[in-house]
Design a protein around this ligand. Structure first.
Ligand code: ARG
Length: 572
């Protein structure tokens, strides 16, 4: 158990006794001691008593003698808690022998569907897909590590009206030529050319429209061409995932088309439940709670006036499948914030239909945009959207050049390896280290800097520790006793034992910036420790203890970064 929790559990009964009702002791890190509780202030206000007296009474009642070396009332009525070295040392020792670093497997594992990445066939992935892919992968990795059954659902945009024009363009180009273009990742050229013909050429437009009808009608020749388009795009997306080092594989593609057969039964059920209403020729659901600016209820169109099903119907069918057939109880949708309203309506409609009932719940894991240095939406020089591969390649190139410059001893292959780990790591960390709801500015200098809240800083801390062991040719003995005489040793130990609480919180909120900030705090605490406390030059039990602290720091950094999808090279 983590310290905050342990202390909180001990303080809670004391607070309850003083208050007569349960009170959350709100234990947090402190500047003045290891931890502090500020709850006496609020309680005193409610009781109409002096806060210091309330804090004093809690202090007297709380059973903390075995955990704390000091419990003091300070300031207006804070309780400052200093954990006993023995307690802290014991917790560090327990971590040292625990392959899970204190993080328990979930007591009740559940089936979680993580809907993420979801690019569109024959269209370039853009930076919005980058954020979805990076955040979604961190979620999948984290929940899986906690023992949940994670199903990755790459909700590929592989169906709908644009496929009429895309297939016709493919026919015009010739299959071989089209395949060539698409496998090169030249998706934008392909899409734009199709679009231009559709806009300019009436005959092409007609062909495209009949092609959509043929596709929806299951015409075998059309389906074959459609599959070709999808397969080429899938292969291309897999090369991006490989470069990006994410855990999505071919088996995770769950394109919109895969819900095709479920659309009619889903809409029929809505109809049977009396939830469908006709509006402007379309079949709609009006989910409770969604109203427009004029106060009128907003429709979720499940069947268009031409009889076709669209994006909302597909999401309803997919959701119904995920809870009903897959038995998932947690549904995550890692999609940009502009789609918030869409998901609110889908979730509300699904709840009404009985497809989303507790314990099952759905969360829109939304995120903001990536901005350019000018503070506006990231655009290419030509003004178009920035191509994801271009961005990733640039990151790797910059990081490889920096790696060569910083460490001329690295061989060619190793420099490339390090450049990839650092470049991709930097991109991911820049994405995950800020509050995901906010936009952020893509700043190469900052994200590749060796100091600051960056991947390279953490990777550097990791490799530095590994080099201590390499240089000395020693290993830590996990069962060595822990001594925490120096303040810098204690500070590091307090961070180390805090890993579990952070992972637990992040698994709930999916706000990975808390994990990123924690890893940064840990690396900084290590840095301060390493400056003040000699390790290899220390002797006997102190040396043994410090080696354990070093090793644990490396392991927590490695595991924490791994959950974020970031590699930790042995040498930088
Ligand atoms: N393909 C969509 C897009 O590019 C994202 C799909 C998100 N997932 C979902 N279940 N709707 O905007």
């Amino acid at each position: 158990m983590d310290l905050e929790r342990l202390l909180s559990d001990r303080l809670a009964p004391a607070f309850a006794a003083v208050a007569g009702v349960p009170v959350d002791p709100v234990v947090r890190r402190s500047q003045h001691a290891d931890f502090q509780s500020d709850a006496a202030l609020g309680l005193a206000r409610r009781l109409g008593r002096p806060p210091r007296a309330v804090a004093e009474e809690v202090r007297e009642r709380a059973e903390l003698a075995d955990l704390c070396a000091a419990v003091e009332v300070s300031g207006p009525g804070f309780l400052n808690l200093t954990v006993a070295d023995r307690t802290l040392g014991g917790m560090v020792s327990a971590l040292a022998v625990d392959p899970r670093l204190g993080v328990p497997v979930a007591a009740t594992p559940e089936t979680v569907v993580v809907d993420y990445s979801a690019p569109n066939v024959a269209k370039e992935m853009h930076v919005g897909h980058l954020r979805s892919t990076v955040i979604g992968d961190a979620a999948a990795r984290t929940l899986e590590w906690l023992g949940h059954r994670v199903s990755r659902a790459n909700h590929l945009g592989d169906w709908g009206t644009p496929f009429g024009m895309l297939i016709e363009h493919l026919v015009d180009l010739g299959e071989a030529e089209a395949a060539q273009e698409l496998s090169m990742g030249d998706l934008d050229t392909f899409y734009t050319a199709a679009r231009r013909k559709f806009d300019d050429d009436a005959a092409f437009r007609d062909r495209s429209r009949s092609r959509v009808v043929a596709l929806q009608g299951g015409d075998p020749a059309t389906l074959r061409l459609w599959r070709l388009l999808v397969a080429q795009s899938e292969s291309y997306f897999l090369t991006v995932y490989d470069l990006l080092d994410v855990t999505l594989s071919r088996a995770d593609f769950r394109g919109e088309s895969s819900y095709h057969d479920l659309l009619a039964p889903t809409v029929d059920e809505l109809d049977r439940l009396g939830l469908l209403r006709r509006s402007d020729g379309a079949e709609c659901v009006f989910p409770p709670g969604s109203v427009g600016r004029d106060g009128e209820p907003l429709p979720l169109i499940v069947r268009k006036s031409d009889g076709g099903y669209g994006y909302p119907a597909t999401d309803l069918a997919a959701l119904r499948h995920r809870t009903g057939t897959l038995g998932a109880t947690r549904l995550l949708y890692v999609v940009g914030l502009p789609q918030r309203r869409h998901f609110e309506m889908v979730f509300a409609a699904a709840a009404q239909a009985g497809w989303l009932t507790p314990p099952a719940r759905a969360e829109h894991v939304g995120f903001g945009s990536i901005l350019g240095a000018d503070g506006r939406m990231l655009r290419s020089r030509a003004g178009g959207s920035v191509k994801l591969v271009g961005l990733l390649t640039e990151a790797v190139e910059r990081a490889t050049a920096l790696a060569r410059e910083r460490n001329p001893e690295l061989g060619e292959a190793e420099a490339a390896e390090v450049g990839r780990a650092v470049g991709i790591g930097a991109i991911k960390f820049a994405d995950l280290s800020g509050d995901r709801h906010k936009d952020y500015v893509l700043d190469w200098e900052r994200m590749l800097a060796l100091d600051g809240n960056t991947a390279p800083y953490l990777q550097y801390a990791y490799s530095r520790i590994r080099s201590i062991f390499r240089r000395a040719g020693v290993a830590a003995r996990p069962d060595a006793g822990i001594s925490l005489a120096e303040p810098a040793e204690r500070a590091l130990a307090v961070e180390l034992v805090g890993f579990a609480a952070v992972v637990d919180a992040v698994a709930g909120s999916l706000e990975f910036h808390h994990l990123a900030a924690y890893l940064h705090r840990l690396a900084a605490a290590f840095s301060a420790f390493y400056e003040r406390c000699p390790v290899l030059r220390a002797e006997g039990a102190v040396r043994e203890s410090r080696l354990v602290l070093c090793d644990l720091t490396a392991r927590v950094l490695h595991q924490g970064l791994h959950l974020l999808g970031i590699r930790t090279p042995e040498r930088l």
